[in-house]
Design a protein around this ligand. Sequence first.
Ligand SMILES: [Zn+2]
Length: 404
Amino acid sequence: MSLSTAISRLESLARLSDHPGHLIRSFLSPSSRQAADLLLSWIRDLGLQTSHAPDGTLRGILPGSNPSAPPLLLGSHYDTVIDAGKYDGPLGILSALAALESLAQQNITLPFPVHVLAFSDEEGTRFQTTYLGSRSILAQLDEKTLAATDANGITLASALASEGWHHNASLIHYPPHSTRGYVELHIEQGRVLEQLNQPASTVSAIAGQTRLAITLAGHADHAGTTPMPLRRDALTGAAECILSAESLARSHPPAVITVGKIAVHPGASNSIPQRADFTIDLRHPEDNERHALTTELQERFLSITDQRNLTLDWNLVQESPATPCDPTLTSHLLNSLQAITGHHTSLVSGAGHDGVALAPAMPIAMLFIRCRDGLSHHPDEYASPEDIDTGIQILTHFLKSFTP
Ligand SMILES: [Zn+2]
């Protein structure tokens, strides 16, 4: 497969959408099925044995010279967010196929099987359930996940039963420690590689996350009649907290803290804000650091609200631990990165990926490809053909030189 084939396949997939005006492929939708059929036909064209699970997970198997040896898994996801770009997900699947094609052209037979996996739900756009596909290949989904509902009130369990692709489906399952690992190529979704002027990097870890819902409460008074010293303004308190969160993150790289949402009550131009609700999204590749920063943040907020005579309501909404990439698998990938590009860069992934779900059961490694302006989850998402080609070359080199 030439590079131009991989690019034209990206374009073909991008035309398959649930909505005509923008790209969205949600879990088990008709366009998702069309994308799956197309992907399966391309995998079959490469001579791989194909199968699919009822949840839309696709698999292609290249047996290699020892079909009973533990396989190496390559892949990514083919679902998208709403108004998505073309590269997040599909690039990982198509570059894996391109690397296998390149090996075939060089008449190379690997001493172990390679399984190409394409997951039908990573983003969780329909059921707000991330990593559905990768979780499903390790274990049955738990009751809470199966009870999740979409915008129409349909549960995941009933969607799987009535909309699942049961015809000719087979179970795709990997017991713990039954593979050589999972390697995923993905766009960086950030600006670091662009700033370093490098086409690709490995990934050292996928950052852990803490999500908080914060409420500051004061008193709603008249904007004209309340002198400044008598005020208990929840919004100015929130402003001080938010700036303090920003300075905390700035002084502790690679920590990132974001306040993405804020609401003010009563929300009138002539009323002093009585309440301010805002969110905190705190990420760090090391869990003990993330915990320490969360504690420090809470102390800062308590001190600010004390001084301003406000009350602080601190709610933990969600917490997910950091996922380190496997050092051995990553060093193999790093050697290939260096061989192809001359660079030796490893980044932290601030965004989540299927490797988070797979890491408890197998070694994981990731290869990041530079994307323009760091833009992702957006129709202008773009990775250059040259960088995609570099990614395919790195994957090919990695497969050839990987001696587990
Ligand atoms: Zn993705």
